[in-house]
Design a protein around this ligand. Structure first.
Ligand code: PMP
Length: 453
């Protein structure tokens, strides 16, 4: 935790205790459901990360619509988490509900392609520019599949990732640097093999380190986000991504861009917004409007290299795909979602809201003379208790869990849900300026309380 923060720790703990009591007192129904869930659910939750929310127990939600949700105690919240991007379109879009309702009543899963398949692939091609597409259930799945394709095509054993990246629960990517050693990410559960054997890790924005990592000649692909978004937003420096493309091409290493979060930059992600030319692209989370679905696209050159192998039985049951993958419900959901959401006109509303949010937070920071910063990437923005980090390790070193937990709980008690694990807000076209201004006020009040002003 950060020593550079001017926040008095005793005051912080006292305020936090007050917010904890308030959290519990306001939510008797959630408390009762949490007590009930504690019995048969491991750790009392359906998914491990759900223990990480602020407050003594998770808030149980009842309904979500557009940019808001209501909990089981009848409290309404402005949702700035949006399912950590899974609901970036806004919740429960009526057009998507209609499509999935219709598809659910006419058959969900047959292992046969449905009538939406070609439309979806053409739309993904139009948006991102890659020539050929297939589906996955989640971005994690898609990343696992493309790592296999990359190793298969190049005959090379290793993959390269950015230090402090996140690409889902993909074994090879749960690795960080410790000095110049590759070690498991802190907390990585039961690593399958030593990550030093599978993975080369390089700091973001460090071209010399990338060049050195690729020089071994054993890296099948570089898997990266065009801006880090999972250890705070770390933006690429001027010219960095062009050089990444040049170095990977020269080394015969495939460049895989994971747009699962950076889709917040526009309808075709950062790839379209910044003119990137990946060999393979992965996108997941919001493309099904909340229904699990993801996709990966490959360049024509990669498709040609795979050639007839994709039609042979060799690729069958070979570590890619899955029984429910590309099911008719997912394809119907993706088709309707991409028809009515995540379009230019949607970003034209969401991005200025993110800018307004960042401006409000920046004013609060400046007013109190704090050494914090706020950063924006498209419809996503985030504040951090340090100056802008240049790479993931610098960002990780500045994590202040105690302060973060307080800021989240304070906001939650005042009707705002932030994205867990960092201080992030994501905007949909369904948010309003009033939602943003509520956060500005709540943020300013939290800081004033912390500083005793
Ligand atoms: N890629 C990126 C960039 C992500 O941020 C995440 C999840 N945070 C994933 C992949 C994995 O997505 P999922 O958990 O839906 O598989």
């Amino acid at each position: 935790s950060s020593a550079s923060s001017p926040v008095d720790r005793d005051r912080l703990r006292a305020l936090h205790a007050e917010e904890e009591s308030r959290f519990v007192a306001d939510r008797p129904r959630s408390a009762a459901l949490a007590a009930e869930a504690a019995d048969a659910l491991l750790a009392g939750v359906p998914m491990p990360w759900m223990t990480r929310w602020p407050g003594a127990f998770p808030v149980f939600f009842e309904t979500a619509s557009g940019a808001r949700f209501t909990d089981v105690d009848g409290r309404e919240y402005v949702d700035l988490c949006l399912g950590d991007t899974g609901a970036m379109t806004g919740h429960a879009l009526p057009a998507v509900t209609e499509a999935i309702t219709e598809r659910a009543s006419t058959g969900i899963t047959t292992m046969l392609p449905s009538t939406d398949a070609a439309w979806v692939a053409e739309e993904l091609r139009r948006r991102f520019g890659l020539a050929r597409w297939q589906m996955a259930m989640s971005a994690t799945d898609a990343n696992r599949f493309v790592l296999r394709f990359a190793r298969h095509l190049t005959g090379r054993p290793k993959v390269a990732v950015m230090d402090w990246c996140y690409h889902g629960t993909v074994d090879e990517t749960l690795a960080v640097l410790d000095g110049d050693k590759v070690v498991p990410r802190p907390g990585a559960l039961g690593p399958q093999v030593d990550v030093a054997l599978t993975t080369r890790v390089v700091p973001f924005n460090d071209l010399a380190a990338l060049e050195a990592a690729l020089a071994h000649g054993d890296v099948a692909c570089l898997l990266m986000e065009p801006a880090l978004t999972n250890i705070g937003i770390v933006l690429p420096e001027e010219g960095y991504l062009d050089e990444v493309r040049r170095l990977t091409r020269e080394a015969g290493t495939l460049l895989v861009i994971d747009e699962t979060h950076t889709l917040c930059a526009g309808p075709g992600g950062a790839t379209r917004a910044w003119g990137l030319v990946p060999d393979i692209l992965v996108v997941g989370k919001p493309i099904g409007g909340g229904v699990p679905a993801a996709a990966y696209g490959v360049s024509q050159e990669v498709a040609d290299r795979l050639g007839p192998q994709m039609l042979s039985h060799d690729i069958d049951v070979a570590g890619v795909g899955g029984t429910l993958t590309g099911n008719a419900l997912a394809l119907a959901a993706v088709r309707r979602t991409l028809s009515v959401a995540l379009r230019e006109e949607d970003f034209a509303v969401a991005i200025p809201l993110a800018q307004r949010w960042a401006d409000g937070v920046a004013r609060g920071i400046a007013e109190h003379g704090l050494p914090w910063h706020v950063q924006r990437l498209g419809a996503r923005a985030e504040y951090w208790f340090c100056p802008p980090p240049r790479d993931g390790a610098a960002a990780a070193a500045a994590v202040d869990e105690e302060l973060e937990a307080f800021m989240h709980l304070w906001a939650l008690n005042r009707g705002i849900l932030l994205t867990p694990f960092h201080n992030m807000a994501l905007f949909s076209p369904h948010h309003t300026e009033a939602d943003v201004d509520l956060h500005t006020e709540v943020f300013g009040d939290a800081v004033a309380a912390l500083l005793g002003r």
